[in-house]
Design a binder for this molecule. Sequence first.
Ligand code: NAD
Length: 469
Amino acid sequence: METYADLLSAITPTTGETRTMFDPATGEAVGEAPVQGVDDLERAIAAATAAQPAWAALGHKERIAALLRAADAVDRSAENLAQLLSREQGKPLNGPNARFEVGACADWLRATASIELTAETAVDDGQTHAELHYRPIGVVGAIGPWNWPMMISVWQIAPALRMGNAVVLKPSEYTPLSVLALVQVLNEELPDGVLSVVCGGREVGARLAEHPAIGKIMFTGSTATGKAIIKSSAGTVKRLTLELGGNDAGIVLPDADPEAIAEDLFWGAFINTGQTCAALKRLYVHEDIYEEVCEALTAVAAAAPMGVGLVEANVLGPLQNKQQYDIVARLVQAAKDSGARVLLGGNPDPEQPGYFYPTTLVADIENNNPLVAEEQFGPALPIIRYSTVDEAVAMANGLDVGLGASVWSPNLGLARSVAARIEAGTVWINKHGAVDPRIPFGGSKQSGYGLEFGVDGLKALGIPQVING
Ligand code: NAD
């Protein structure tokens, strides 16, 4: 797509009912999304079912080549994709935001193409020869959230396509244009019908999850919706990968250097203005260095510009939607009402247009405060004081979710031993939320099940088949 206008016009419906999408930073119209329903879904599933056998028959080599060409297509349209993402989602172009997200799409496509997957010999003892292979599932349904709409779509699409499946994607109703644009670009290099998008609300998602022609659902979103999908998929015994909500803890050990870790702590919590599944959402700091960490973090946070996404200087943006803004405002209010100490922010400007909530740090807060116990999914971080590591680990493990967590200390051996005690799918050391297409990623407890990325991520998009003999 040569220009932004070309990209927008390629995804603008020429017939049918449409819905205007607005920039959450300015309220300006971004573009028109189709209003679609279960009939459109039926057509897309039929087209995917028809296209899938030929795609599977191409074999890994050809499909890898197509994924690599699709990555090049993303690179060619990168700036236009980033502009659209910034306008619709609200995230700034710079920082770990829109340009970063589009770059990650190309990176994930290439990395997923390059993973080696070979048959595993289970037994070969002269009498028995048994090998484990992975066959395509068929048509995979992908249901995504609004926070990282392009990148998470690629996380779902790339391994599914690589394994010989066709994909029908249902984007979040908050960010359909971003996903339509991404798929428009990917489809420059993919056969017809193999990858399609159906925009719609929860009725389209629910039908996708129960549809008999869909073999697997890749879902990223809230735990509540994950539970609904488990129920609606039960009738067809669908395979599921569920990446659900989190409330990640970070534990700063007493020997950490507050100045040295402040910047990484900040981005661990405030990446995408806090609207990230595996962001640091509860920070536990040892009492010996509590004030120093609070001070260093406040200095970094106060210096990070927040504003309209298309302004190059900004690295933090608005909340994507009013519903999320209200959640953040309610949780910060609960913290203030409890007498917690607001170090920064906490005072949204009612005159400011857009869903901007100021960067907020809250100290001296109890572990059972709603700002700690519930997922804020926005730019407000509670900082909880602890006295012993046992106490910190118990608080970190005290919730029914466990996506990510982090431990902060220059003593790697000590940090790893604390990490091993935390109930989370990933525990990072001296960083938080760093995902990598080579490293398996998934939740524990009610943060979901199944792994994405790496060879485990590929296997999750195939049906295991043993050939014995
Ligand atoms: P959400 O659950 O409200 O919506 C996600 C998607 O599910 C949307 O496309 C929505 O239309 C669809 N949906 C809603 N009801 C459905 C139903 N009954 N059946 C099928 N589909 C249905 O989530 P959200 O608000 O878009 O995203 C925010 C949440 O997602 C947060 O909790 C966050 O932690 C989580 N998240 C998790 C990860 C991860 O990797 N674990 C990544 C990003 C976001």
